[in-house]
Design a binder for this molecule. Structure first.
Ligand code: G
Ligand code: G
Ligand code: NA
Ligand code: MN
Length: 253
């Protein structure tokens, strides 16, 4: 596969990087976490969008290699941030194929041990589609992750084939309101109703809710008024190289 070859080469040549998008506590404005997002910059072509190559990496199975690399980078970065006195919860996107890999949980445990990182500083982001896979297999992996103390976030919440039962039955730490709903704020009444519903469900179930794709002060104000405690979005910052994230988190940037 041509693209897989290009991805492999990019990883080997250091053209892949992990950037980190800040996650902000509404009340204090403090950066309390960061989402690891893969970036590929080709020396000739320039940036290659993840939306283009991640789906192909998932199809070809190369996402397992790529995802393992992102996870190792992210755990190392979380440990560095903690050692530097700016500890942040680092969240990592995990595709279905990675999640189903034998040894996935063991590999995470190994990384945490290697970097002496307490599990609470790592969070995994799953989409709803991951949770709709083979229920028994899923349950075992989730139980093992819970045992380790790793938090789970549901990404793009409300856009997939939701089964609300998993919110009741599984130990989910946070829901991420998809950007498509935040985009509609404050004007679109439908978006606002959905956002409110997600927030009240989160509150009733004791699940933290994070709004994604916040771009304006107006959106942030409305979300805060509706009881949303955390946000992520260009209003704070896009995904940044690790040193820039750290400077911003330390209040230096
Ligand atoms: O990073 P945006 O900046 O363009 O990301 C586009 C899409 O790619 C998002 O759906 C995001 O979740 C996904 N993505 C980015 N980095 C990773 C990664 O490391 N692993 C997986 N599985 N998906 C990622
Ligand atoms: O699917 P996932 O939620 O992981 O994808 C996150 C995607 O959204 C990434 O591509 C990220 O760069 C992008 N993103 C994050 N914040 C904003 C924002 O405020 N505006 C826009 N347009 N994109 C954003
Ligand atoms: Na994500
Ligand atoms: Mn998302």
């Amino acid at each position: 596969m041509k693209l897989e070859h290009a991805m492999r080469q990019a990883l080997e040549r250091g053209h892949m990087q992990v950037h980190y998008q800040p996650q902000v506590a509404m009340a204090s404005g403090a950066i309390v976490g960061a989402e690891a997002l893969l970036r590929w910059t080709d020396p000739q072509l320039g940036p290659v969008a993840p939306a283009r190559f991640i789906p192909l990496a998932e199809e070809s199975g190369y996402i397992v290699t790529l995802g393992a690399w992102v996870l190792a980078q992210a755990v190392a970065e979380a440990a560095r941030l903690r050692a530097a006195g700016t500890p942040l919860v680092v969240s990592v996107n995990v595709s279905a194929l990675e999640f189903r890999q034998a040894g996935f949980v063991g590999r995470i445990a190994g990384l945490l041990a290697q970097h002496a990182l307490p599990a609470r500083w790592l969070q995994l982001e799953l989409t709803e589609s991951v949770l709709l896979q083979d229920a028994e297999e899923m349950r075992q992996v989730l139980a093992a992750l819970a045992e380790l103390g790793i938090g789970l976030a549901i990404d793009d919440f409300g856009t997939g084939y939701s089964s609300l039962a998993y919110l009741r039955d599984l130990r989910i730490e946070r829901l991420k309101i998809d950007k498509s709903f935040v985009d509609g704020l404050p004007q679109n009444e439908g978006s606002r109703a959905i956002v409110q519903a997600i927030l009240s469900m989160g509150a009733a179930l004791g699940i933290q809710v994070v709004a994604e794709g916040v771009e304006t002060a107006q959106q942030r104000e409305l979300l805060a008024a509706l009881g949303c405690t955390h946000y992520q979005g260009f209003f704070c910052a896009p995904a940044l190289p690790a040193p820039e994230l750290q400077a911003l988190a330390a209040g230096v940037g």
